[in-house]
Design a protein around this ligand. Sequence first.
Ligand SMILES: Nc1ncnc2c1ncn2[C@@H]1O[C@H](COP(=O)(O)OP(=O)(O)OP(=O)(O)O)[C@@H](O)[C@H]1O
Ligand SMILES: [Mg+2]
Length: 246
Amino acid sequence: MIEIKDLTVKYYRQNEETLALDKLNINIATGEIYTFIGPSGCGKSTFLYVLSGILKDYSGSVKIDGRDVDPKSQRIGLILQNYGLLPWKNVYSNTMLGVKIKNAQRGLDEYGKYLLQKLGIDKLLDRYPKEISGGQQQRVAIARAFMLKPDLLLMDEPFSALDAINREELQELFLNIWKENNVTTVFITHSVDEALYLGSKIVVFSPAPGKILKVLDNPCFQMDNLRSREEYYDMSMHLRQLLNKG
Ligand SMILES: Nc1ncnc2c1ncn2[C@@H]1O[C@H](COP(=O)(O)OP(=O)(O)OP(=O)(O)O)[C@@H](O)[C@H]1O
Ligand SMILES: [Mg+2]
């Protein structure tokens, strides 16, 4: 269980203060996929920075199973919105980064090979980030996060740079991996459809400064032919109303 109480984040820049998160409260249950949806600039990425331990300058409390966030001792897989690849490392080294940090010198195992092949980057291992496309960079970031077999998976619009076919394939890959060990997942998306298909729970953010407007149980989770279902119609209307209302 992740317990977040009164989480507040302010950014300071040239004497200007931006309140990014304002007393945000939420409990995230172990083993569930929470899709987070909200308007641009409402603080979604900021929320992920705090959960991953990148951003430490906050007030309020964030506890993962009763402990402070500590990426060194907790297995946290992170996919940042801008992919977070290191430009001086090739595809192979970028995908292995998390594994190397956790397990000293372990090389690519069968699972790793399966992931690279499924993600379609197994032929690109020698290349550097600037030598591959945006969508391929995104897949390298996904490989790196999954490779770690994390206990907590944090993803910031991980499929946004992919075309529709590739996005659907990777949504299935993600769900298959999730089913194997029910990794607790925070999944940020701009897409109502993606939130409805991938979230066992759906969290709606308010416009800036970010607070949680609503946490919903999702009857549409993993539903085939989503768009032809009554549940889809009801839920997407409800979400759009919440997002418009703010
Ligand atoms: N380093 C920074 N310095 C100052 N302000 C920042 C900084 N990073 C983000 N902000 C501001 O904080 C607010 C929240 O930003 P954040 O990136 O968390 O939003 P977001 O919900 O992820 O948006 P998007 O959907 O566009 O990715 C925005 O107003 C943004 O301009
Ligand atoms: Mg963002």
